[in-house]
Design a protein around this ligand. Structure first.
Ligand code: BES
Ligand code: MN
Ligand code: MN
Length: 462
């Protein structure tokens, strides 16, 4: 591994420049306008995989955005690591809040990243983190130090639900045969407090439409006489939480796995400062489910949040109108063993039941996915833990994350494989937000840590 680390050190600057090339392509999966950029990004990635010596590189077409595949099999008797990541990104808007254009990467110094951070959409989620794996494998291949087999599967639809990846995985079980899945698409606690993500929340996402009168009405002539769908929607949404911050949908908590007191005590050992948390977000206080700490509320507990709400007049000045319709997009983050389809159904039944007779309600389900947890007594986790210890000089803390990567539970179901989540981003990196960035420290540290994982995983499997 010594030559690998030396190679990484000597090629650091180039690794950043190459990442810049990928970040410059606006591969936004949510907006069909960027279809060509999505394809361009897949091609660039595939070219790079070929250049570093990965074999059988393919751009696999799907009904949506292509999946980039490649492999390097050095010995079929050795273990195989399947690397998953995504090259698609979230839309960049609101554009006016970016301090530099989202697809013109630049390095800026921040308080948390005194050595500099790369500012660009996708720098952390997930181009920067995904590309660390490509560079780590390049470094290992450069001096024949790749200790086992590797397969790459990089998709272009993670941010829109991975629908076509699910089909690809189901149809390519032999091709994707591996011993472990390795992903860097999560975060860690802090640059001096490494952690390994041991869980992800699931997701149920719905859109609701509330219809009152069949047309927009004069709010003077009709106000007070008919249901105002915006008023009604606001009330319905407000009633979805009780005064203790519990979700009021009947049956919502029925399958939630409660953690034991020991597990909660273990979790509480991870450093967390209420004050720093509030300061970073300009908040006077936090809010959430009674009886749980902030880290618990954000990881082991299910939640319900409105992600968007609209209707009526929102233009300049005042227009006196009662809108015909009101809308909202609502996400529910789920924990083991909640079933996303069942939760969506419970939501729909409840939401329709609480609607007053004066409106009509339509609930439209969007994509979803199950929660996932990684046991810390597995070879994969141990290899990750040893790798961080080697690279950071500190044993990482296992932490369950609040985010979702629905495909992880699907990998387990379809391929029978556990996923190791070696994330190097920070919560402050502003993923999905304006000014997304990724620390140079994190980028380099990730590239350094990954080869150690291969080393320990191969050793522990022997
Ligand atoms: N990489 C994130 C998920 C993530 C980020 C997990 C940080 C843990 C820590 C992923 O790209 C993402 O944004 N997932 C979506 C769900 C998806 C179905 C759109 C999410 O969590 O909202
Ligand atoms: Mn991601
Ligand atoms: Mn994302």
């Amino acid at each position: 591994m010594e030559n690998t680390q030396k190679y990484i050190h000597e090629n650091k600057e180039r690794f950043v420049q190459e990442l810049f090339g990928i970040l410059k392509i606006p591969s936004i999966s949510a907006d069909p306008v960027y279809k060509n950029d999505v394809l361009k990004c897949a091609e660039k990635l595939a070219d790079n995989l070929s250049e570093i010596g990965v074999e059988k590189v393919e751009i696999c077409q799907t009904a949506g955005n292509p999946i980039v595949y490649g492999e390097k099999i050095i010995d079929s008797t050795l273990p195989t690591v399947l690397v998953y990541g995504h090259y698609d990104v979230q839309p960049a808007d609101p554009l006016e809040l970016w301090t530099s254009p989202p697809f013109e990467p630049v390095i800026k110094i921040t308080e948390i990243h005194p050595e500099g951070a790369i500012f660009a959409r996708g720098s952390c989620d997930d181009k920067g983190q995904m590309f660390m794996h490509v560079k780590a494998v390049e470094a290992m291949l450069a001096h024949n130090e790749l200790p086992c087999n590797v397969k790459f599967m990089i998709e272009g639809e993670e941010e829109v639900g991975s629908e076509n990846l699910a089909i690809f995985v189901k149809n390519n079980k032999e091709k994707l045969k591996a011993d472990i899945i390795l992903v860097s698409d999560t975060g860690m606690l802090a640059n001096d407090t490494p952690s390994v993500t041991t869980g992800l929340r699931g997701l149920s996402y719905v859109e609701v439409e509330v219809t009152g009168p069949n047309r927009d009405l004069h709010s003077g002539l009709y106000g007070g006489c008919v249901a105002n769908p915006i008023n009604v929607l606001a009330q319905m949404i407000a009633s979805l939480h009780d005064e203790n911050g519990k979700i009021t949908i009947p049956g919502f908590y029925d399958k939630v796995v409660e953690l034991s007191e020991e597990e909660r005590a273990e979790m509480a050992k991870a450093p967390f400062s209420h004050e720093e948390y509030c300061n970073a977000l300009d908040l006077n206080d936090v809010m959430g489910e009674a009886g749980y700490s902030t880290p618990e509320r954000g990881s082991i507990r299910p939640t319900l949040d409105v992600n968007g709400i609209w209707g009526g007049y929102t233009g300049e000045g005042a227009k006196t109108v009662i809108a015909s319709k009101a809308f909202a997009k609502i996400s529910m983050r789920l924990v083991p063993d909640q079933d996303p389809e069942e939760i969506t159904q419970l939501f729909k039944t409840h939401f329709e039941a609480i609607a007053p007779n004066s409106v009509k309600v339509v609930v439209k389900p969007h994509h979803g996915g199950e929660a996932a947890v990684t046991p810390i007594d597995s070879i994969g986790y141990k290899a990750a833990s040893l790798a961080y210890e080697k690279a950071f000089g500190k044993k990482p803390i296992p932490v369950r994350s609040g985010g979702s990567i629905p495909i992880v539970a699907m990998f387990e179901k379809e391929l029978g494989l556990k996923t190791i989540l070696m994330g190097f981003g920070l919560n402050s990196d502003a993923i999905h937000s304006p000014n997304e960035h990724y620390g140079l420290f994190n980028y380099y540290k990730g590239i350094e840590t990954i080869p150690y994982f291969y080393h320990y995983f191969t050793e522990l499997n022997a």
